[in-house]
Design a protein around this ligand. Structure first.
Ligand SMILES: *Cc1c(COP(=O)(O)O)cnc(C)c1O
Length: 391
C-alpha cells in the first residue's frame, strides 16, 4: 500500500476526527518510527506521552506477548493477581492507598469526578457537587470531562453538558478563591497543563490551593494523565511540589503503549466507591496490567528519574540556543517551545517532512520524547529541528 491509498481509504471509511500529519506509521524501534514507504523519523512525541520506553522495547514486548499467551482477559467478577500486584506497586510509588483500574485518561478522570461528588454527598448531602478546574485545562473527551475542561472551544455542539464545573485562572489564587463556596467539593488540576500549552503551575499557587482545600474539606485532585509516569522527573508530578493530593489520575505512559488508566485515592476516600457504583469491562485487563508492571519496574528508580531530569536539561540548553526560540517551558521531558515567529504548526509540519515527529499545544511546539531516548537520538532530532527553525 502507498501513503496515498491509505489516505484515500481513511477519508472514505473513517470519521474525520483528526487533523493528521502527512505520514502513515507502520513500525518502530526505540525513538525511531518508520512509515509505510520506509522513511524513518526521530520521534519526540512517544504517541503523545504513551510509549515511554519507545517503540517495541524488548522487555515490554516480552511482558505483553508472554501475558497474551497465558490469559488475555477475564471479567472483573474474578480476582486478579496482576491487578493486585500493579495496584500495590502504584500505592507504594505514590503513598496513596486505593486504586481503580480503567482504560484511558478520560475514564480515570470520570472516576475522580464521581469520587469527589459521592464523598461529598455521603458526608454533606445534596448541593455540594461543584468542581473547580482551571482555565486552559484539558481533562478528556467524554461529555463530562469536556465540561471539566476549562476551554470554551470544547463546550460546543454536544449540549447539554454535565453541570457543576467552574473554571479558575491558573496561578491566580485570588481568582480561584472567588470560585470557592459551600457548593464546591473538589479542585481538580494538571500541575503542568499539557494540551493548554505546557504551562507549569507555580509552587506558591499550588501550596495556597492545597491549604485552602484542607481547611474546607475540599478534595485536591491532580490529573497526572500527561505528567505522570516519570515524565517530569518524578514518578508523578505532584512529588516535585512536595504535596499529597487526595486523588490522582494516570493513563498515557502507564501502559507504555497499551490502553490502561488508573484513579488513585487516599484512605479517607477508600470506601466512597462501593460495589455497583462504578465498574468497567476492560479495566485492569491482564495484558495492560503486565505492560504497566513492566513500565513501572523500569522508569521509577532514582537513577532513571535523575536521567530524565538530565535529558530534560540537555534539551533545554540546546533549544535555548536555537533561532526562532522565544521561550522554553515545562518540566523534565515535558517541554514546550514558544516560537518568535508564532509558527509552531508550520514548524511541526516541516519537521515531519524532514524526518522528525513533534507535537504542538496551542501556540507552542511540544516535545514528549520516549523517556529512554538516547543522547544520539536527541542530537539527531534536534539537528533536524534546528535546520527548520533557522530556515
Ligand atoms: C490526554 C489527556 C487526557 C485524556 O486521556 P485519554 O486517554 O485520551 O482519554 C486527560 N487529561 C490530560 C491531562 C491529558 O493529557
Amino acid at each position: 500500500m502507498t501513503f496515498e491509498q491509505i489516505k484515500n481509504d481513511e477519508n472514505k471509511y473513517m470519521m474525520h476526527t483528526y487533523g493528521r500529519f502527512e505520514t502513515a506509521l507502520v513500525s518502530g524501534k526505540g525513538a525511531v518510527a518508520k512509515d509505510v514507504e520506509g522513511k524513518e523519523y526521530v520521534d519526540f512525541t512517544s504517541g503523545i506521552g504513551v510509549n515511554c520506553l519507545g517503540y517495541c522495547d524488548e522487555g515490554w514486548v516480552k511482558a505483553v506477548s508472554e501475558q497474551a499467551a497465558v490469559i488475555q482477559h477475564m471479567s472483573n467478577l474474578y480476582y486478579s493477581p496482576l491487578q493486585t500486584e500493579l495496584s500495590q506497586k502504584l500505592c507504594e510509588l505514590t503513598g496513596l492507598d486505593k486504586v481503580f483500574l480503567c482504560n484511558s485518561g478520560a475514564e480515570a478522570n470520570e472516576c475522580a469526578i464521581k469520587i469527589a461528588r459521592k464523598y461529598s454527598y455521603d458526608k454533606y448531602g445534596e448541593g455540594r457537587q461543584r468542581i473547580v478546574t482551571l482555565v486552559n485545562s484539558f481533562h478528556g473527551r467524554t461529555v463530562t470531562t469536556l465540561a471539566a475542561t476549562g476551554q470554551d472551544v470544547f463546550h460546543n455542539f454536544f449540549f447539554p453538558f454535565t453541570e457543576g464545573f467552574a473554571y479558575a485562572k491558573a496561578n491566580d489564587f485570588d481568582d480561584l478563591k472567588l470560585h470557592i463556596d459551600d457548593s464546591v467539593c473538589a479542585v481538580f488540576v494538571e500541575l503542568v497543563q499539557g494540551e493548554g500549552g505546557v504551562m507549569p503551575l507555580d509552587k506558591e499557587f499550588v501550596d495556597a490551593v492545597v491549604s485552602l482545600c484542607r481547611e474546607k474539606d475540599i478534595l485536591f485532585m491532580v490529573d497526572e494523565v500527561q505528567t505522570g509516569i516519570s515524565r517530569t522527573g518524578a514518578v508523578y508530578c505532584y512529588q516535585n511540589y512536595g504535596i499529597k493530593p487526595d486523588v490522582i489520575t494516570s493513563a498515557k505512559g502507564l501502559g507504555g503503549g497499551v490502553p490502561i488508566g488508573a484513579c488513585l485515592c487516599t484512605n479517607k476516600l477508600a470506601d466512597v466507591m462501593t460495589a455497583g457504583t462504578h465498574g468497567t469491562t476492560f479495566g485492569g485487563n491482564p495484558i495492560a496490567c503486565a505492560a504497566a508492571k513492566e513500565v513501572l519496574s523500569r522508569v521509577t528508580s532514582k537513577e532513571f528519574l535523575d536521567e530524565v531530569k538530565k535529558k530534560g536539561d540537555y534539551f533545554r540548553e540546546k533549544l535555548m540556543k536555537m533561532s526562532n526560540v522565544k521561550r522554553v517551558t515545562g518540566m523534565g521531558m515535558m517541554i514546550g517551545i514558544e516560537t518568535e515567529k508564532d509558527n509552531a504548526k508550520e514548524i511541526a509540519q516541516k519537521c515531519v517532512a524532514n524526518g522528525l515527529l513533534i507535537l504542538t499545544a496551542k501556540n507552542m511546539l511540544r516535545l514528549l520524547p520516549p523517556l529512554n531516548i538516547t543522547y544520539e537520538e536527541i542530537d539527531k532530532g534536534l539537528a533536524i529541528l534546528k535546520n527548520i527553525m533557522e530556515a
